[in-house]
Structures are given as structure tokens and as C-alpha cells.
Design a protein around this ligand. Structure first.
Ligand code: CTP
Ligand code: CA
Ligand code: CA
Length: 712
């Protein structure tokens, strides 16, 4: 394959000599080696797993490759393997419809967290339990991690490797540096210095006349090009890229049994279109001379970033969805979409995209969510779900290396949806101590309490918990004894914390609600009971209440295809981001409202939910006539149905907590604020305020005082 053509140095070039020169310069070659995004020889690949979740299940269950299989989530199908697609099955048809179309179809339900469980599992009848189970994508995330690791292993070490995770089942590869190195090995003439040391000199043309594209799907050339034209270095570069992708795919197949499809081209946009062009288990090469031909056949709504709202807006403005028609629009017309968007669009449909492959594959946020059908309507139910979210998120944080102190999140967010209204509460995660599941649980629970305080918390249609702002190697992750804990030591510590956390939660939660109600409030208060762990631990490990601000952050902030992890920013601020699917097949778009926009159930200083303020005379007569079905709240003199008592007391409790926080933030002393002491009369004799004396307060770190209850 190597060329031995003598280097042609004549300059200026005669026509004959010109034909013997490449259209690329020495500078292009240098750019190729250093990943320049404007390099005309650039080689980018996109690799995407075929029917990913379905393949995960096939590999896990050892299902023969020609067996139709679909992955089920409740009554819908979310992934369909290629044998099943032959029967006309598509995503989001119901399992009943699928069974009719393909009776031999295996439908495997996704793994779920069952309420109260510590770990997700594959439950046989999960589809019946939408009300009490939550979907877990952990099995697919784990496979995804293995696949990406295998892809990286099959490439040379960085800096010769650039891999960007672009979703749960896809990566971009910038192969430029590797291709450069292979080219120099195969074509020694490229190692020569440029004539006159002038990097703008043209390269010699390659002598190669035919390339072996193996089994690649080659996109036809543009009308102005023919297969008989001379090959140039971009053809060679792309063919080397294609060889690399073939070997990467073969390695994934051989080691992990998965098939994937690839696209190879000069940029990310084209590579991504390429990988989807021929599926499954194929790769498509879009040579530079084929770009226009390739693109003009597309609807532009298939192009990266044009699949969502932006694409819809372009369709509406120009009354077409094809690249071909849009190519007729001059730049100034496209700029009606806005200057930046117009320019971006103009170049994108001409196959230009200089976005870089960003090797930062680190997760930036994690989300765990559940849509409730039917809606949930008590704090207790909310906390049970929060416990699952926390277990889900924490186990993923462990995978991210929180225990080894590699990375940890800085903020926690709770999103709450009621009807069309979404509210968010956010809190920082304290950085000066060991990051534990118990801390996360306490923070999350407190965020929910804040939502309750604001009123109108119930019925709740959707809750989601996320952590974000992951940072690398925080140095002050202190464990027991104030030492930095790492590796195995950290895991042992976690195990003991986990045990303490479990016994804490279990002791309080294990009884059925009815039974429990006989013994304690059964509402918000019990979630603030102290953990049953050593005094030393409880002193040190109380979760501080941090200053929180309501967040404007959208609920749907996740990444395309990876429905619960987010790792990279959208390239253009005005390009609509894909919406996440949470647990629900159809998550309505979040309406962004400030909390102030939402009329709380109760204005701050008048009686809380369900309470009807009565006139004084009315009140007296009611007081005397109180039937067994009502009760009078001694704190706010409201008369309420007895059935609302627990909820009402929760409300006071939460409200008091909020006041505590406010007071703390304003530097008020505990004792000055706490008259009269409200909780005592509402906690069935169990409640006791800790830190009620000023010395007790001083003995704690700022922000660490919290309510605790005696054993009664
Ligand atoms: N997925 C989903 N809901 C969506 C999009 C994707 O549940 N709206 C899941 C699918 O189950 C899928 C995985 O995310 O397996 C990756 O999605 P994608 O690559 O778009 O589809 P695949 O199922 O992998 O199919 P293909 O072979 O076409 O890539
Ligand atoms: Ca896929
Ligand atoms: Ca994908």
C-alpha cells in the first residue's frame, strides 16, 4: 500500500505537476495530528449500539440472536431487537399489540426497585406494579460502562485516543491523531519536511488508486465526482478511520457479544447520521466527496440538534423539512432564525460542523424520578420514594468513585410536580465530611419538607431527585476520626454507615402504616427521628440544614438517550434540548414557575391546608359541638376534619422547621425564637427539642442543630 512516488518540488506548479499534487497541504497534516476541529482531513466516528436495551437483555438471558425480543416498561415497549422489527414492531406500541403482531416475541420487563427494597431486581410481574415499583436502568448503565471501556481498550492510549460518551449507548471518536500516525507509517513520503519549510505547500498526491472498503456501506459520491477520480489524502484518512472503527466494533462483539453500528466522516454531525444509516451491525462511510449527495436526501430534522423544537421552528418558518429545499435558502433568509442559529444552520446543511469530540465523559448529574399513577398524597409516601431515589443515586455515586474520593456532587435538587406546576428545591451537599447515603437521604427528605411547607404538595404526580455539580478529587472528604478515607477503608465505613442507615430507616418504617399510626404521628415528624447510631456518630454526622434557594432549573435537564445521567452541554444555547423520559412513557414538559407564582395552599400566616378559619362566635359553638369527626388545632385555632389531623400537624411541623432555618440564617438564638414550643404538644409526648438551650446550640456546628426526639 505504501507509496514510493518521488516528491515533486516544482513550484509554481505546472498543470501536469498540479495534478500530481494533493489538494491538502503539510499544514493540514499537522492539524490532523493535533485534533484541529477545522482540519480538512479530520476523521470522526460515531458508534451506536443496535437496539441497545434489547441486546442487553439478550446477552443477559442468553437468547439466540434470531429470537424476537423487546424490552417492556409497564405496558409499553421501549426497545425492540432487529428480528422483532421485522414483524413491524416499533417503540411505544403496547405489549398487547406486540404480542398480536409477533406471538413468539419475548417481552422482558426492565428491572425495578420495589418499594422498600434496597436494590433493584428483575421482578416477574413488574408490569403490574407501576404504583409501587420504579424502573431501574442500572443494568444498562453497567453494560454501557463495560462497552465504553472495551472501546477505549481497543484504541491507543490517550492522547492518541479521544472518546466522548454521547449517550447511554453511543460514543463519538476523534480518530484524527491515530489516523495521522498510521498514515505516516504507511506513506513514508508524508514524513518528509515541506519544501522550503513552507507548511502551505501541497502534499504529494497518494499513489494508491483503489481502497479496500471491506464490508462498509459506502455512500455514493456527489454528482460532480466519479469513482475514477484520483484519490486524495482525505479518502485515505477516512478509509483508515473506517478500519479502526471496524476493529473497535469487532472487539466489542468478540469480548461482550454486542453488535453496534458505526459512521465515519469528517465531523460529528455526519458521523452520527452515518451510524444510523445502515443498521444493525454495519458501518457507513461518508467520504468528503459524497457529503452533498448524502445530506440532500435527508430531512433536516434527522440532523443532530434539529430533532427537537429548533427543527420544528425551521420547518414552520421555511415550510419544508428537507435539506434539499433548505439549501436553496440564502444565508440572510436563514438568519431570520437569529444570526447565530441561521449561520449554524447554513453550514450544517452543507455538511460543516466543527464541534469537537469532548473526551470528558464524566457524568455531571444524576437523576432518579417517578411519575405516580395514581398520584401520591402523603409525606410518608413521598419519603418512601425518596428513599428509593437516594439508594439509586447513591449506588451510582459509588460507581463514580465517591467512596474513593474521586468525585462527588455539590448540590441536590428535588423537583415536585402537581398537575402542570413544577417546583424545585435545591440544597448544597456539605463538603467537609464523608458523603453518605444517610446524608443524602436527610437532605432529600428536608427538601420534600420544604415543598410541604409551601403548601399544595398533594396530590403529587411526579417527584424527581437529582444531584449535580460533580467535582473531582475533593480533598476534604472527611470520614470517621477526621481522616481522609479512601478505597477499602471507605467501603468498610460505608458498610457500617449503610447498616446504621438501614436500621434507622427500618426501625421507623418497617411497620405497616396503620399499625405505626397507633404509636407515633406517622407523618412528617417521624422522619426526623435521630439515627440509632453511636453518640459520637450522631454528634458528628447530623445533616446540616443548609441555606437553600428555590431553583429555576428545569426538570428536563438530561442528556439525549441517557435518561438519567448528564455529561455534556448542548452546543448552541438556543438549540432545544431533548427531553428526558423518566419513569413515565410520557413525561409532560415541565412548566417553569417560581414558587412565588404558585399560590400556596395557605398564605404563610393563616391556617394551613384543610383548615377553615371560623369567626369567634362560630368557633365557640363549634368548639362545644365538636363531633368525633373534627378536631380543633390548639396552635392555629382551626377546626378540621379528624382525618386531616396528621396532615395538618405535619404542616405545622414543617412550618416550624422552616422557621428554624430562617431564624438560623438570621442569626437568632434558639431560645429567643422558641416560645411557645410548638412540637411538644404535637408529637404525642415523644417530641423533644434538642439544642433548646443556648449552650447546646453553641456546642454544635452552625447549621447542624436539628430536631431530635426522645424515646418517649
Ligand atoms: N430509549 C428509550 N426511549 C427513547 C429513546 C431511547 O427508552 N425515547 C432507549 C432504548 O430502549 C434504547 C436506548 O435508549 O435501547 C438507546 O436508544 P437508541 O440508540 O435511540 O435506540 P436503540 O434501541 O439502540 O435502537 P437503534 O438500533 O436504532 O440504535
Ligand atoms: Ca442504539
Ligand atoms: Ca443511541
Amino acid at each position: 500500500m505504501s507509496s514510493s512516488q518521488p516528491f515533486i518540488q516544482s513550484s509554481p506548479l505546472s498543470v501536469t505537476a498540479r495534478r500530481r499534487k494533493s489538494k491538502f497541504t503539510f499544514k493540514h497534516l499537522v492539524q490532523l495530528s493535533n485534533y484541529s476541529t477545522t482540519c480538512a482531513l479530520r476523521v470522526i466516528a460515531h458508534v451506536d449500539l443496535d437496539a441497545f436495551y434489547a441486546q442487553c437483555e439478550m446477552v443477559r438471558l442468553g437468547v439466540p440472536e434470531d429470537q424476537p425480543l423487546a424490552v417492556q416498561q409497564w405496558q409499553s415497549l421501549i426497545a425492540i431487537n432487529y428480528p422483532a422489527r421485522k414483524f413491524g414492531l416499533g417503540r411505544h406500541i403496547t405489549s398487547m399489540e406486540a404480542h398480536k403482531l409477533c406471538p413468539e416475541l419475548i417481552m422482558q420487563h426492565v428491572a425495578t426497585w420495589r418499594e422498600g427494597d434496597e436494590k433493584w431486581a428483575y421482578h416477574e410481574d413488574a408490569f403490574k406494579h407501576i404504583a409501587t415499583h420504579k424502573v431501574s436502568l442500572d443494568p444498562y448503565r453497567m453494560e454501557s460502562r463495560k462497552i465504553i471501556a472495551t472501546i477505549k481498550e481497543s484504541l491507543p492510549a490517550p492522547p492518541m485516543q479521544r472518546v466522548e460518551k454521547a449517550g447511554i449507548d453511543e460514543v463519538f471518536l476523534d480518530l484524527s491523531a491515530q489516523v495521522h500516525s498510521i498514515m505516516l507509517g504507511r506513506y513514508p513520503e508524508l514524513q518528509e519536511p515541506p519544501p522550503y519549510d513552507d507548511p502551505t505547500e501541497y502534499l504529494p498526491r497518494p499513489l494508491t488508486t483503489v481502497l479496500d472498503w471491506n464490508t462498509d456501506a459506502l455512500v455514493d459520491l456527489d454528482a460532480s465526482e466519479t469513482e475514477d477520480d484520483y484519490l486524495d489524502w482525505d479518502d485515505i484518512a477516512i478509509s483508515i478511520g473506517s478500519e479502526i472503527v471496524r476493529s473497535v466494533r469487532a472487539r466489542v462483539r468478540e469480548k461482550l457479544k454486542y453488535t453496534c453500528s458505526g459512521g465515519v466522516a469528517r465531523n460529528k454531525m455526519l458521523a452520527k447520521l452515518g451510524s444510523a444509516h445502515k443498521k444493525p451491525n454495519q458501518q457507513t462511510v461518508i467520504r468528503n466527496r459524497a457529503v452533498q449527495h448524502f445530506l440532500s436526501g435527508f430531512k433536516f430534522t434527522k440532523i443532530r440538534n434539529l430533532g427537537g423544537k429548533l427543527g420544528d421552528d425551521v420547518v414552520a418558518m421555511f415550510n419544508t423539512d428537507t435539506v434539499k429545499d433548505l439549501l436553496e435558502q440564502p444565508l440572510d433568509q436563514l438568519k431570520r432564525m437569529g444570526d447565530d442559529t441561521g449561520s449554524w444552520l447554513y453550514w450544517t446543511i452543507r455538511g460543516e460542523d466543527d464541534s469537537e469530540v469532548n473526551p470528558r465523559t464524566q457524568i455531571k448529574s444524576m437523576l432518579s424520578a417517578k411519575s405516580f399513577r395514581p398520584a401520591i398524597s402523603t409525606f410518608e409516601q413521598g419519603v418512601r420514594w425518596i428513599r428509593i431515589f437516594v439508594a439509586d443515586i447513591f449506588s451510582r455515586c459509588v460507581e463514580e468513585g465517591v467512596l474513593e474520593n474521586k468525585r462527588r456532587p455539590k448540590t441536590i435538587n428535588l423537583h415536585h410536580r402537581q398537575g402542570a406546576q413544577t417546583r424545585s428545591k435545591q440544597s448544597p451537599i456539605p463538603q467537609g465530611k464523608m458523603f453518605t447515603e444517610a446524608i443524602l437521604f436527610d437532605l432529600a427528605k428536608n427538601l420534600l419538607a420544604q415543598v410541604v411547607v409551601d403548601g399544595r404538595a398533594w396530590p403529587c404526580a411526579n417527584l424527581s431527585l437529582s444531584v449535580g455539580g460533580f467535582e473531582d478529587g475533593v480533598a476534604n472528604n472527611m470520614g470517621i476520626g477526621g481522616f481522609l478515607v479512601r478505597g477499602e477503608e471507605a467501603k468498610a465505613l460505608l458498610a457500617s454507615e449503610r447498616h446504621a442507615f438501614e436500621s434507622h430507616v427500618e426501625d421507623k418504617d418497617s411497620q405497616p402504616p396503620e399499625k405505626r399510626r397507633k404509636f407515633d404521628n406517622g407523618g412528617i415528624q417521624k422522619f426526623f427521628l435521630p439515627r440509632e447510631i453511636s453518640q459520637e456518630d450522631s454528634e458528628r454526622d447530623h445533616t446540616p440544614f443548609q441555606r437553600r434557594e428555590d431553583s429555576d432549573e428545569p426538570v428536563n435537564s438530561e442528556k439525549d438517550n441517557d435518561m438519567s445521567e448528564s455529561s455534556d452541554p448542548a452546543p448552541l444555547s438556543n438549540i432545544s434540548k431533548p427531553t428526558i423520559c423518566s419513569d413515565s412513557p410520557s413525561t409532560p414538559k415541565a412548566r417553569h414557575l417560581d414558587d412565588d407564582d404558585i399560590p400556596p395552599d395557605i398564605p404563610p400566616d393563616i391556617p394551613p391546608p384543610s383548615a377553615q378559619p371560623l369567626s369567634p362566635s362560630h368557633r365557640i359553638s363549634h368548639f362545644h359541638q365538636q363531633s368525633l369527626n373534627t378536631y380543633l388545632c390548639t396552635r392555629c385555632s382551626s377546626n378540621l376534619p379528624l382525618a386531616k389531623k396528621v396532615e395538618h400537624e405535619d404542616w405545622h411541623f414543617a412550618k416550624d422547621l422552616a422557621k428554624d432555618l430562617q431564624a438560623e440564617e438570621h442569626g437568632q438564638t434558639e431560645s429567643a425564637r422558641r416560645t411557645p414550643v410548638p412540637q411538644k404538644s404535637h408529637s404525642r409526648g415523644r417530641g423533644r427539642l434538642v439544642g433548646g438551650g443556648s449552650s447546646a446550640v453553641k456546642g454544635r456546628e452552625k447549621g447542624q442543630r436539628r430536631l431530635a426526639f426522645g424515646k418517649g
